[in-house]
Design a protein around this ligand. Structure first.
Ligand code: XMP
Length: 319
């Protein structure tokens, strides 16, 4: 008779067996998966675990403070916050291809973890919140033309030089199961219920070149959108919602002035596991309220569109 409590106990035993008295660093992304992985591993091995949260400059508004609050204040789990915005944004300059962005970000994450591991006197293991769907969608399917849909930043193993083994206790789970496990571990509901957020962050929500200015514009639009979703009581009915900043400018008029600014696309989907998704059918009044607020409040955006594409044939993220 299978329960999540039994699964948790089994995983704790597995982690102890794998890790022994070794040291583990765990990358936190701000999302649910890595948080659940970290808390599970902390239950298993306590202070042999150090969490590392990389602020790559591609985070949502207030995300860093939120994660620091949860881990330092609520759990008292050792947490290192690395300010790596410069490295990431400098490296992303001029990069427009979606897979090139993902590969650069994945590699840079590894470099940061490597350096942090050295700083704590060496770590034997790197822990990640990789889920089953991440594994499936990143592999090349056999038996046909080889197709990688998206290289998830956290799938594909570690470079040889790192001398670290991976700990991935959620690798068999789907998202809904990770949430059940998170509740089992006592994570606060507001955290467990959060929408997924991808490791590459806003970089894959800014088609074309990523710049700090664009990240700042997108952060504001995204925050307005999510604030409206929350105040309409829709947050929990939606699997994931976010804004995308398009590399397209359009002409508009504000008062007596001509504007020539970016277009923002809004995405919201329902899903069970992220493998397939349907668009969330907002009513027109809600969408026009969000559009009006974004255009009025976010300098740099003068037009808002809603993405009506299901998955498949679309994917949830734009890159
Ligand atoms: P797609 O865009 O593939 O997204 O339909 C499915 C789900 O996966 C998330 N996603 C990622 N999560 N690293 C992650 O941790 C990644 O590289 C990544 N790419 C996509 C996406 O936000 C959605 O929830």
């Amino acid at each position: 008779d299978w329960t999540m409590a039994a699964y948790r106990d089994q995983k704790i035993a597995d982690i102890r067996a794998q890790v022994g008295d070794g040291k583990v660093i765990c990358g936190l992304s701000g999302g649910v998966d890595s948080a659940v992985a970290a808390v599970l591993i902390h239950e298993a091995i306590g202070d042999q675990l150090t969490c590392v949260f990389v602020d790559h400059g591609l985070l949502r508004l207030n995300e860093r403070a939120h994660v620091e609050g949860l881990f330092r204040d609520h759990y008292n789990i050792p947490l290192v916050v690395v300010d790596a915005e410069q490295d990431f944004l400098t490296g992303l300059a001029g990069v427009t291809d979606p897979e090139a962005k993902r590969k650069f970000i994945g590699k840079t994450f590894i470099d940061v973890f490597d350096e942090e591991a050295r700083r704590i006197g060496g770590a034997d293991f790197l822990a990640q919140g990789t889920l089953y769907p991440d594994v499936i969608e990143s592999v090349s399917f056999t038996g046909g033309p080889s197709v990688t849909i998206k290289s998830h930043h956290n799938v594909g193993g570690l470079p040889e030089r790192m001398n670290m083994q991976l700990v991935e206790p959620l690798r068999e789970l789907f998202k809904d199961e990770v949430r059940v496990l998170g509740r089992e571990l006592g994570l606060p509901d507001v955290f467990v219920g959060r929408h997924p957020f991808p490791g590459p962050g806003l970089a894959i929500r800014i088609p074309g070149e990523v710049t700090k200015d664009k990240c700042d514009i997108l952060r504001k639009a995204d925050a307005v959108y999510l604030e409206e979703i929350r105040s309409a009581g829709l947050y929990d009915a939606i699997w994931q919602a976010f804004a995308v900043l398009l590399p397209v400018r359009s002409v508009g008029v504000m008062g007596d002035y001509r504007t020539y600014d970016y277009v923002c696309a809004l995405r919201a989907v329902t899903s069970v596991d992220g493998m397939t998704a349907d668009i969330y059918p907002f009513d027109a009044a809600f969408l026009s309220r969000v559009a009006t607020r974004i255009v009025n409040e976010v300098q740099g955006i003068n037009r808002v569109v809603y993405d009506y594409t299901s998955k498949p044939p679309g994917t949830i993220e734009w890159e």
